[in-house]
Write a protein that binds this ligand. Structure first.
Ligand code: TXA
Ligand code: MG
Length: 312
């Protein structure tokens, strides 16, 4: 199958409405979309990505009215998060409505819902006239794509269309919060932080590891975000002796000369650049990527989560 590349939102939406799979930009990473109500189209996402069948998808919406198509009921906490944050890099896990096919949720009775904070994504979703389920548009296990070229690298001839946009701003996937019970639980850390969420719903907490919630978020069990190169975490570039065929990314300026070096001005800038840097290192056949650790606060918390998974 030839993958159609386009900058036309109308053309991309036509592929989706005709039952196709379409990659599109968001503020976090590129997603690989299909109509949430089309189980056959959803099956194509799992084949294209080689995604494990038990990993549920996030439904993307452009308008608040679409929530009731997807969700059985909203908890008071969910209502407050929606009012305070949407559109945002935030996914809320909610009880799913009967009409959402189990193919979208990997047989769970909940569905992740997100309204991306990105003009092209919102225009595309509106043009699709339906909520769109979309995992990150990478091969399973690879770093999430932050450019359309990264999508092309992983999925050319495996998907129907790529809507070509700019490099994504945030660079890490959305914060995922389960909002089905009394206290909201963070299943995946992202740009919307615990502190941000607690300002709106003070009871919000991190889901403890290996609890019912994390087991219910199967995506967290899989190996993630790994380039071909070996990822090594270091607190300072001074610790590195072996610079041959190596890359460095971090916030300090190293004295050594690496094959590729990326110096970031903040944790936010580091998050924005990380996955693109991983892919650039792979393109250069780099064997080791040294990643400098950052303080685990604000964006630094999500960044350290992804760095640890990549180094695992
Ligand atoms: O920023 C993002 O979230 C991007 C863009 C495209 O929106 N999407 C993304 O999707 O990262 P994906 O499929 O790569 O990650 C979805 C995560 C997985 O860890 C999955 O297990 C979790 O969300 N998830 C989805 N639906 C869930 C549900 N019903 N219950 C628990 N976890 C869920
Ligand atoms: Mg993913």
């Amino acid at each position: 199958m030839k993958t159609y590349l386009t900058k036309s939102i109308k053309d991309a939406a036509r592929y989706l409405k005709n039952g196709g799979t379409v990659a599109f930009p968001t503020e976090t990473v590129y997603g690989l979309g299909a109509n949430v109500f089309d189980a056959e189209a959803i099956a194509k996402i799992f084949v294209a990505k080689q995604r494990p069948a038990d990993n549920p998808l996030i439904a993307h919406i452009a308008d608040f009215e679409q929530i009731e198509l997807l969700v059985l009921r909203l908890t008071p906490a969910a209502e407050r998060f929606i009012a305070a944050f949407f559109p945002a890099p935030l996914t809320l896990v909610l009880p799913k409505s009967a009409q959402v096919p189990l193919a979208a949720t990997a047989n769970l009775d909940t569905i992740g819902v997100r309204m991306p904070n990105h003009a092209v994504a919102l225009d595309f979703l509106r043009e699709c006239q339906t909520p769109v389920v979309a995992p990150s548009a990478n091969l399973s296990g690879k770093p999430s794509p932050t450019t359309w070229q990264a999508v092309y690298e992983d999925l050319n001839e495996r998907i129907d269309c790529i809507l070509q946009g700019e490099q994504t701003e945030v660079g890490l996937e959305s914060t995922v919060v389960e909002c089905t019970g009394d206290a909201p639980l963070i299943l995946r850390v992202g740009a919307i932080t615990l502190e941000d969420l607690q300002r709106v719903v003070p009871e919000t907490a991190f889901a403890a590891k290996d609890t019912a919630q994390t087991v219910r978020s199967p995506g967290l069990r899989y190996k993630h975000y790994t380039p071909n190169a070996k990822v090594i975490l270091i607190s300072s570039p001074d610790e590195i002796n072996d610079v041959e065929n190596a890359g460095f990314i971090g916030m300090s300026v190293p004295l050594q000369i690496f094959t590729l070096t990326k110096i970031c001005v903040s944790a936010t800038d580091y998050a924005h650049s990380l996955f693109a840097f991983f892919r650039e290192c792979d393109a250069h056949n780099i064997k080791k990527i040294y990643c400098q650790t950052v303080a685990e606060q604000g964006m630094g918390l999500a960044l350290m989560d992804r760095l640890r998974r990549a180094a695992f």
